[in-house]
Design a protein around this ligand. Structure first.
Ligand code: SF4
Ligand code: SF4
Length: 265
């Protein structure tokens, strides 16, 4: 989240060219790692908790805080900054820089580019279009350097494209607020959103240690994948949220569970 004063009003395409270089010898090194809000995505949390060898619960407790977004009613999470005067990121030090660099969050990877999604009507269908913009903060001297990029080559170099791919379905859930008939989330659904988006270890217990697999029809192969592979489990969480928020029939209830429900009614 940026102060709008530093956001350049022009919309950038993947082919837009710019010059920029960030390196350890630049005068402003690490200045961009203080006094900021770093919003985290599900794949950020997955990478960071593994990097720090923590459970998702420990990571969320120690390094994040959550805030309900007023417009969408979604609980979003942010890196908890140090309580020093500069509100520095807990992972930054000088002159070393970012201590978790290879697992840094996607918004740190994009910087000094920002990213936004726009809702558009196309052939009677609502489509979501991603676009980019420059963030030009006065302290950032990287724009004075001579290395040439396009937005696309910058995304690839920073591995931001991998993160976008991982978070794609989750981001489509965030656009929920633009679908007609979608209401604000009640506290129960907010808790589910938080768990399935960020708290992967708790979500694993929810799937495997509750009646979840008695209720939903998930084939054996997928169950095995969910057990063995965290990325699959994370993406399954997005499917679950889409089902829960009635955005898509992403899950099927077992007929026995449906009959048991009818018998109770
Ligand atoms: S995670 Fe790393 S790159 Fe991002 S703000 Fe913190 S120190 Fe800077
Ligand atoms: S302020 Fe800009 S150039 Fe300086 S370290 Fe941060 S991103 Fe790099």
């Amino acid at each position: 989240m940026f102060n709008m004063k530093v956001v350049q009003p022009a919309r950038l395409d993947p082919e837009t060219k710019f010059k920029f270089r960030c390196h350890k010898d630049i005068k402003c090194f690490t200045k961009c790692c203080s006094n900021i809000d770093v919003m985290l995505t599900p794949y950020d949390v997955l990478r960071l908790k593994n990097r720090l060898k923590m459970s998702s619960e420990e990571f969320l407790e120690k390094h994040t805080f959550s805030k309900i977004d007023e417009k969408s009613s979604h609980p979003y999470i942010y890196l908890r900054m140090k309580k020093d005067e500069k509100r520095s990121c807990p992972f930054v030090s000088f002159p070393e820089g970012c201590a978790i660099y290879t697992d840094r969050p996607v918004s740190c990877r994009y910087y000094p580019i920002g990213q936004a999604t726009l809702k558009k009507q196309k052939d009677n269908e609502i489509v979501h279009e991603e676009f980019y913009f420059f963030v030009k903060e006065p302290h950032c001297l990287g724009y004075e350097e001579n290395t040439e990029w396009t937005v696309e080559s910058w995304r690839a170099d920073q591995e931001a494209n991998l993160y976008d791919e991982m978070n794609r379905e989750w981001k489509s859930i965030l656009m929920r607020k633009n679908i007609s008939g979608q209401t604000t989330l009640d506290p129960k659904k907010q808790t589910q959103f938080y768990m399935a988006s960020y708290d992967l270890d708790k979500f694993r217990r929810f799937v495997f240690d509750s009646k979840f697999l008695d209720v939903f029809d998930i084939d054996e192969e997928e169950i095995k994948k969910l057990k063995d592979d965290e990325v699959s489990l994370m993406k399954f969480g997005f499917k679950y949220l889409k089902y829960l928020f009635m955005m898509d029939e992403t899950l099927k209830v077992k007929s026995a569970a449906l009959e048991a429900k009818k018998a109770k009614e």
